[in-house]
Design a protein around this ligand. Structure first.
Ligand code: NAD
Ligand code: IPM
Ligand code: MN
Length: 353
């Protein structure tokens, strides 16, 4: 049976990088006999324009029925003042599919060390993962209110929600370097105090894992000062959102970082961590690597298609090593020429093997 992949291209650079990711998938699948079928659905601003809603029922149904979901990016100025916002669709699909664990890797490839805004000796060897809680906290808490003279957002966490994300992070650490950093604001926030209490209990089930606790402000500093200190960072929804853009930037560009959002069961959703980059849409400057790396993650984690994933990963590394990259990394390639170069690498390797 072939794998069914739900495809949600979204807005602005979304369709541009999705096209790149799918072209690379096609080439690698052909080279390794990976069998799949795509089903595309409107989502985000494009879906608001087509149906009035950012997450139409058919899109949600299609996503639920798929084996994995690929999403590019949604949102942008066109809908910033609309009654319905594309971002509401993103939060709704995460919630509806129960995708509570968002895995955001921060890895600095050797070819990109000189592209980092940090000094080589600080950034070299950086390899950590942010495990971001994705379906609770201040993004979803009630009450939520916006009036002329006041506004309310509420950060709520159930103990069960904290425990399951901590366990996801500890399990991941066991497959890596056995080091967890719990990031919170336990000197101020009640939710963070509860995180620390539960983290201490969960940690006792993972005796091989070393745990440290950092306040989020200090963690933001340390990510820049000593990024190699980290292995797995576990944190709540909003802190994870902010720290992951910061962490992405030290790898050279936000435009290369993928993510997986997973639940207890059902399909995972794979997406770049960045947004729809309206400032560069239509210019050919969008870095396709975040989407291509999301395809690699999907192949590995949802389909155990290691050979297909390796094929793409090697082609990406070879392309970067040849100095071919988009302007966000200091290169002159376009979205299309970068994608063609990667496909060329896949085909050359195929001819040689
Ligand atoms: P953004 O992440 O879209 O862009 C931030 C900066 O990074 C911009 O300068 C952009 O050009 C650059 N950038 C991002 N991706 C890039 C890529 N692949 N290649 C080269 N450069 C890239 O953040 P923003 O501008 O604050 O948000 C734009 C819209 O995207 C907003 O509507 C926001 O809500 C939405 N957004 C969506 C998602 C998502 O779909 N998951 C994530 C974040 C933001
Ligand atoms: C992300 C984005 C989203 C978030 C927005 C667009 C709702 O920034 O995926 O990181 O805050 O989760
Ligand atoms: Mn974000």
């Amino acid at each position: 049976m072939s794998a069914t992949i739900a495809v949600l291209p979204g807005d602005y650079i979304g369709p541009e990088i999705m096209q790149a990711g799918l072209a690379v998938l096609k080439a690698a699948a052909a080279a390794t006999n990976f069998d799949y079928q795509l089903k595309a659905y409107p989502f985000g601003g494009a879906a608001i324009d087509a149906t009035g809603e950012p997450l139409p029922a058919t899109t949600l149904k299609g996503a639920q029925a798929a084996d994995a979901i690929l999403l590019a990016a949604i949102g942008g100025p066109k809908w910033d003042h609309a009654t319905q916002r594309p971002e509401a669709g993103l939060l709704a699909i995460r919630k509806a599919l129960g995708l509570f664990a968002n895995i955001r890797p921060t890895q600095v490839l050797p070819a990109l060390v000189p592209r980092s805004p940090l000094k080589d000796n600080i950034v070299s060897g950086t390899d950590f993962v942010i495990v971001r809680e994705l379906t609770s906290g201040i993004y979803f808490g009630e009450p939520r209110e916006l009036a002329a003279d006041h506004a309310i957002d509420t950060m709520v966490y159930q103990a069960s929600e904290i425990e399951r994300i901590l366990r996801a992070g500890f399990e991941l650490a066991q497959t890596r370097r056995n080091h967890v950093t719990v990031v919170d604001k336990a000197n101020v926030l009640a939710t963070s105090k509860l995180w620390r209490q539960i983290a201490a209990q969960v940690a006792s089930d993972y005796p091989t894992v070393t745990v440290d606790y950092e306040y989020v402000d200090a963690a933001a500093m340390k990510i820049i000062q000593q990024p190699t200190h980290f292995d797995v960072i576990i944190t709540e929804n909003l802190f994870g959102d902010i720290l992951s853009d910061e962490a992405a930037t030290i790898t050279g560009s936000l435009g290369t970082i993928p993510s997986e959002s997973r639940g207890i069961s059902g399909p995972s959703l794979y997406e770049p961590i960045h947004g729809s980059a309206p400032d560069i849409a239509g210019t050919g400057k969008a870095d396709p690597l975040s989407m291509i790396n999301s395809v690699i993650l999907m192949l590995r984690n949802s389909f155990q298609a290691q050979a297909t994933a390796d094929k793409i990963a090697h082609a990406v590394a070879a392309t970067l090593a040849a100095g071919i990259m988009t302007p966000d990394l200091g290169g002159t390639a376009t979205t299309e020429s970068m994608t063609s170069a990667i496909i060329e690498q896949i085909k050359t390797k195929e001819a040689m093997s």
